[in-house]
Design a protein around this ligand. Structure first.
Ligand code: S6P
Ligand code: ZN
Length: 192
């Protein structure tokens, strides 16, 4: 059997950039416009701008059982109306795959949801370690004034399923009220 060679990478704890990352992708508002609640503000912003919401750097390894993918995510500070910038959110295609996040800087939450609509939030801040158990969809939200930077490690065979959670949406949203993040019921959540 031909074994893979060990390797190391450098990454920047403040910017989240991984030197020599194999994959890098960016997510602009246009690609997730259906996910924010305030349609009026959204359309207003989209008329003149298409802001960068977040980006991801990833070290790729063969997508097979036993391998682990490491990546960093950088969510920029900002809001669409009262709702903070966030990731699209996904289940792992292979739902039994868990994931761990370690936060380097910024302030935020991971919003997690099961297929039964059970919804949980876990705080993200410098040095927070968050466990995303198997079968939970997960979205990360930046509620601070600085970029929210974290690394994630997950099984390379996990894959991403964006469609299922996009169809029903998350049961909770995080909005700014009187200068503070508040976790609220999503008025557009479609209960099964
Ligand atoms: C991958 C992991 C993260 C997200 C990233 C962007 O399993 O959970 O790297 O991919 O935070 O979020 P999303 O929902 O657009 O993939
Ligand atoms: Zn994930």
């Amino acid at each position: 059997m031909k074994l893979m060679k060990p390797f190391g990478k450098q990454f920047n704890l403040t910017t989240g950039v991984i030197d020599g990352a194999d994959n890098h992708w960016t997510r602009y508002l246009k690609e997730m416009r259906g996910m924010y609640q305030d349609r009026e503000v959204l359309n207003e912003i989209m008329n003149s701008d298409n802001p960068l919401i977040y980006e991801v750097y990833e070290v790729s390894v063969p997508e097979e059982a036993g391998q682990l993918i490491q990546c960093t995510s950088i969510i920029y500070p900002g809001k669409i109306g009262k709702e903070y910038y966030m990731t699209k959110g996904h289940y792992h295609k292979k739902k039994s795959c868990a994931e761990v996040y370690l936060c380097f800087s910024g302030q935020g939450y991971v919003l997690l949801q099961t297929e039964d609509g059970e919804c949980e939030t876990v705080e993200m801040k410098k040095e927070a370690f968050v466990y995303v158990p198997p079968y939970w969809a997960h979205r990360t939200i930046n509620v601070g004034k600085e970029p929210l930077v974290f690394t994630g490690v997950y099984p390379a065979e996990a894959g991403h399923n964006y469609g299922s959670i996009e169809k029903v949406g998350f049961a909770k949203i995080i909005v700014e009220e009187q200068g503070k993040p508040v976790i609220k019921r999503n008025p557009n959540f479609k209960v099964k």
